[in-house]
Design a binder for this molecule. Structure first.
Ligand SMILES: NC(=O)c1ccc[n+]([C@@H]2O[C@H](COP(=O)([O-])OP(=O)(O)OC[C@H]3O[C@@H](n4cnc5c(N)ncnc54)[C@H](O)[C@@H]3O)[C@@H](O)[C@H]2O)c1
Length: 374
């Protein structure tokens, strides 16, 4: 776990109501420890409880969280402690049971993506969430909270991009020498599911696949095809996973999405998106430099790369919490809907499957991927 947790400044756009949401954080891992820091600085949230089942998490919490945040060693204890909302930041395979448990206890729920590593479980969670219409349920996709993506969306809406017909994404992590990605693979469902879901979601944000499919509104995707490699992490073969993957998606409205996901860069983290319109192309994060400084030395002229997604998209991890608090306190609408999370999850499940079977995956008339046996 990271060494210290000091409050982040609150997002400047936050509304200033007097009531705050009493929230508990479940999971204090890579992202959870960042969420803890951000929660402490949120203006509309009272961060009162934290929990992680990992041995030693209590010590980490005692050393890094203020005494106003009570540590619990199980999610059950935390959920029964008087919180009105939870932020679930645990390993993906634990999300669905924790979401269902929290919703059944009457709590509002924010959960990291993805809801689950399989479509059936995602559907069960959606059914539970829709049976609790008075409780807020948010699964945020952080690119939607990023200013450059929002700027591009406004270009689409005001017509300056013309007709948007294709999206290409490149989302690549830096190599991790301790083999984190190999251990993570078994729990995360694979690279297309874990990393690619962000890109599938942002492609849908721009390609609007619910439009132009009046003949069958249930079917948003025609087919997908994926290939992958174990270029650096050979052990990923055991979980039928890849450290580099390429996916092609044909939406039912004729629009096309092409993604590259990777975990093997040596320079840092890169996450770029190209939105192709008939009047203009928007290239987001085309330059992965961390700032505008050029270092000129014996190696030549160079810039330093943004190290990870938590740095590139840092501000978004507070904006989504702020939106969640607004939805709980004021009933304001959410940027990401559960339906969006479900649709993105079907696409990446199909891509992961296509990579594993070496064939395209088609979608049926109900809008589900047809997954033949492995
Ligand atoms: N939005 C994003 O950009 C983004 C980025 C990174 C991770 N994530 C998502 O966040 C989640 C966490 O990722 P991470 O990288 O922090 O993983 P991680 O493995 O570093 O941390 C997960 C933590 O959850 C704890 N945990 C597991 N099961 C638990 C349970 N039942 N109750 C309480 N604690 C439990 C583990 O002990 C661990 O400390 C994943 O679902 C991942 O997909 C999202």
């Amino acid at each position: 776990m990271p060494a210290s947790v000091t409050p982040s400044p609150p997002p400047s756009s936050a509304a200033s109501g007097s009531r705050r949401v009493k929230i508990g954080l479940i999971g204090l891992g890579r992202l959870g420890s960042i969420r803890a820091r951000i929660l402490l600085g949120q203006p509309r949230v009272d961060f009162v409880a934290a929990c992680d089942t990992k041995p030693g998490a209590d010590k980490w919490a005692a050393q890094n969280l203020p005494p106003t945040v009570q540590f619990y060693s199980t999610p059950e204890e935390l959920m029964a402690s008087g919180v009105e909302a939870v932020l679930i930041s645990t390993a993906t395979s634990t999300h669905a049971p924790l979401i269902i448990q929290a919703l059944d206890l009457g709590l509002h729920v924010m959960c990291e993506k993805p809801i689950s590593i399989d479509v059936i479980t995602t559907e069960e969670v959606m059914a539970k969430a829709s049976s609790k219409p008075d409780q807020v349920f948010l699964v945020p996709f952080n690119k939607r909270y990023d200013e450059s993506y929002q700027f591009t969306k406004r270009m689409l809406q005001d017509g300056s991009l013309g007709e948007v017909h294709a999206v290409e994404t490149h989302n690549a992590d830096q190599q991790e020498p301790n083999g984190f990605f190999v251990a993570f693979s078994a729990m995360s469902g694979g690279i297309f599911l874990d990393v690619g879901i962000h890109d599938a979601d942002i492609a849908r944000y721009f390609l609007e696949p619910t439009k132009g499919i009046e003949a069958n509104p249930k079917k948003q995707v025609n087919r997908v095809f994926a290939v992958g490699q174990q270029a650096v992490y050979g052990a990923l073969k055991e979980t039928r996973d890849a450290d580099n993957g390429w996916g092609l998606v044909e939406f039912a409205n004729g629009k096309v999405f092409n993604m590259h996901v990777g975990r093997t860069l040596t320079n840092g983290y890169e996450s770029s998106t190209r939105v192709y319109g008939t009047k203009a192309l928007s290239a987001i994060n085309n330059n992965s430099a961390i700032n505008r400084v050029e270092i000129r030395d014996q190696h030549g002229v160079r810039t330093q790369t943004t190290p990870d997604s938590f740095t590139l998209y840092g501000a978004t991890f507070g904006k989504d919490i702020d939106e969640f608090a607004g939805a709980v306190l004021d009933g304001t609408p959410l940027t990401c809907t559960v339906q969006d999370a479900y649709e993105a999850s079907k696409i990446v499940t199909a891509l992961q499957h296509s990579f594993r079977i070496g064939k395209p995956v088609y979608f049926d008339d109900e809008g589900r991927p047809i997954l033949e046996d492995l």
